[in-house]
Design a protein around this ligand. Sequence first.
Ligand code: HEM
Length: 431
Amino acid sequence: MNAGSEPRHESIPELDIVSHDVYERGVPFAAYDRFRSEAPVAWVAEGPHNGHHGAGFWSLTRWQDVVDVHKDWRTFSSELGGTEIEEMAPDAIAARRTMLETDPPRHTRLRQLVNPAFSKQTMQRYSAGANRLIDRLLDGVVGAGPFDAVAGLARELPIRMLVDILGVPHDDAPQLFHWADQIVYNADPDYVDEQVGDVSDRADTDPYRLLPFRSPVSLKVFDHFERLAAARRTDPAADVITVLADATVDGVPLSERERGTFLLLLLIAGNETTRHALTQALIALARHPEQFARLRAEPDLIDTAVEEVLRWACPQVHFRRTATAGTQIGEQAIDAGDKVVTWYVAANFDPAQFTDPYTFDVGRTPNRHVTFGGGGPHLCLGQWMARLEARVFLEALVRRVDHVELAGPVERLRSNFINGIKRCPVILHPA
Ligand code: HEM
């Protein structure tokens, strides 16, 4: 890997943008800024110093490079090495593969199965329900003193919407979403499975390497989904589980494992990320009261406010691609097989793309953030769902809240993958 060409941009040794510990303390914005200006396509070695165990990777922090790589899926494959930094053997890649780790044309077929359920048009049907739900949630917390915005607000809206779209019985939701947390937050001691410990990229978790995120908890989710799919075969409904229960691709039925990983992808992607976008929206409004006052005075700014919240929050920190052939990124030669990591948060604060990127501006336009990816075939399936949630959330706050106060320390997730907030004490002062 990277044998033919000597890397020109070495990493900046004193800067760490990879370790989970770094992100638990805060997003390393200053380090991203230095990488972007001094080594925008930097070769980052992996090892004990950053908790990863591969051959190293190219690290991209410029907006333009992230967009170019995402659009050129032929050269930068999601399928060859998967989309996580973790180095996986071919059997693990195959066993864990979802549409996220599949290149066209098969990716297109898989995505067509679920596109209708998440389209912009379909989402409009959920708007009234989402409004009612957020109002009910706010009834209990506006003016009621300090509460945890994650548990009390931000976690609930995405889960309840997703349950309806997928077709998960409401009684099953708490268990399923608890498992989803354990699976994806696999580097945070607050969430990891009691019996297994930290299941992130570690050699002693090898027994689980064929399971998503190396987490044995995923087996429980697969079992549960199979029972739900069996029930839908005799009692179909207008939901995604019904669609996937008997889905075929090019005439071949999905295997039980493919169905399981597909639904698990939706379960995780549909709730974890949006939860953090809503929490980060509250934090931004608390720290920039003048922007909240501006939005309250000019509610027509709601569209630009939603996009700015999404740019600012950027809940997905990175994804990975693998080069299928020798190529160039900027002036840097890339070898076939090289791993390339796109740092979305860094790209969203690139001054070459965003004027005054560190200014939170609810009227920002244009705002071509890469929160949902840089474009290309994998652009987020749930972008309209996330936008709807952010919009109803902001609209309700504008209607009912005078100002947001942070009422204690914000606790961050230990993860270089999800830019997440675990607990966020706030007070919502009534309008
Ligand atoms: C603010 C919230 C969200 C963020 C930040 C986010 C982020 C992303 C990103 C960056 C990608 C691109 C991955 C790549 O190019 O490799 C992606 C893809 C995806 N997202 Fe989201 N997402 C969000 C909400 C949702 C929701 C609500 C769903 C609903 C189920 C969802 C489902 C998916 C799926 C299934 C994919 C894979 C698409 C494909 O491979 O074609 N996401 N998301």
